[in-house]
Design a protein around this ligand. Sequence first.
Ligand SMILES: *[C@@H]1O[C@H](CO)[C@@H](O)[C@H](O)[C@H]1NC(C)=O
Ligand SMILES: *[C@@H]1O[C@H](CO)[C@@H](O)[C@H](O)[C@H]1NC(C)=O
Ligand SMILES: *[C@@H]1O[C@H](CO)[C@@H](O)[C@H](O)[C@H]1NC(C)=O
Ligand SMILES: *[C@@H]1O[C@H](CO)[C@@H](O)[C@H](O)[C@H]1NC(C)=O
Length: 436
Amino acid sequence: MTFPLPVLSLGARNVCELLFIFGLITYLIFVSLPNDYHKSKVFLPEVEPQTNFNHVVFGLLGSEKALHDRKQCIESWRRPNVTRGVLYLDKAPTGDLIPWSDALPPFRVSDNLTKFLQETKARSPKNIRMVHRIMELVRDTHDVNLRWVVMGDDDSIFFVENIIDVLGGFDHRKYFYLGGQSEFIMANYMYSFNQGFSGAGFILSYPLAKDLASNMENCLRRYAQFISSDTMTMSCIADIGVNLSPHKGFHQIDLHGDLSGLLSSHPKSPLLSLHHLGTVNPIFSGIDYHQSIRHLMEAATTDQSRMLQQTICYNKQSNWSLSISWGYSAHIYEKIMPRSHLQRPLETFKPWKARPSQSLYMFDMMLLSNNSCHAPHVFFFDKVDKVLMGILTTYSRSKPRGLPPCSLTSQYKPDLISQITVLTPPTKRKEVHVIF
Ligand SMILES: *[C@@H]1O[C@H](CO)[C@@H](O)[C@H](O)[C@H]1NC(C)=O
Ligand SMILES: *[C@@H]1O[C@H](CO)[C@@H](O)[C@H](O)[C@H]1NC(C)=O
Ligand SMILES: *[C@@H]1O[C@H](CO)[C@@H](O)[C@H](O)[C@H]1NC(C)=O
Ligand SMILES: *[C@@H]1O[C@H](CO)[C@@H](O)[C@H](O)[C@H]1NC(C)=O
């Protein structure tokens, strides 16, 4: 039984064009975005080549002990021989880290700062080492072609193509400090609302990194009593005269539990990083932390520009709202819900530290509900296929919703749907607008 429904285009903008092909259990959804939008920020003269992999170097910080497990995180996002970078370790690698894998960036043992630490009586030697790494990276990777340095941890997951695209919109000859706040209000309150949290990664334009590196010792002396490396870095950069440009694609993930609500309603900004995935539930059920990251990366390596980008569409006949978070999840609501509502993450997670009654997030959210008209049917990313017309992503139902239908008289039965397939164009997603 197959009967096509009419093409729908609802909402303020013609963002979704839907063609539903009704199978008993499978929907095929065509989502296309208009192609006539251009990046709003282009500063570079024509002669400068577009920012590419060669212009960006990663400075990662790890401990030898944790790396035996966390090396899989780095391997999940890094492209051997393409992504440039150095991994700074507290001591030389041992055991199964030898021989050193090609899949990891070359390592260096961090400078011995014993003397400096004794002199300054620094409160946190680890934090001094973290900030000092910026100087070590500039020293160790001296290259006139470098435009940007990205600082991260050994358990930060980066989306490098998106990072390069976003950096392409900035003038690398100027001083820029890009990063993200914590999702947890109290973390920003305790440290600073103006710092980039380094688990999510922060990015410095090369001239700024060089300036910071040349003043590193003075800066560390000034702030040796600080307890956070990120606050030290922010303060040293502020003393140069530069402040954070926050970007919504960095994710420190100072949250606990089930992240699916957050990852299903990502802000309209390219996904740049994810952190702390080892301290929350695996982001896909039934598989572990490392397998979940590799699974997410199957979608990300096919089309990074669409990763977690949310598309919301409606079907008038059935009164359904559909929300797709590309490469991660699909939700069906048995009710027409405004976009403004579905853009708020469902509170499936908990804050990093707070009493149960406190929801102290830096973003709007929606409470979970057992009301059949407000609770979604949830499908998670299953597979990605390249086809002639573009890219097909398939999302499968994780478990029955376990609630009666919203309308008892409706002929449409979302409980029977086990899979949703989304077709997107083979070309990169164009920015409709960018939020910083
Ligand atoms: C990286 O480059 C080296 C030297 O050019 C080569 O031997 C090695 O196979 C390459 N590794 C990968 C994963 O491409
Ligand atoms: C670091 O330097 C101190 C002296 O400044 C020395 O005693 C110590 O052995 C050094 N540590 C390492 C690991 O080389
Ligand atoms: C959809 O909603 C409209 C308005 O609330 C209602 O009249 C109609 O019966 C609903 N259709 C279905 C299939 O539930
Ligand atoms: C929904 O129902 C389930 C099962 O009865 C219960 O565990 C859960 O706390 C309820 N959630 C809300 C938000 O009421």
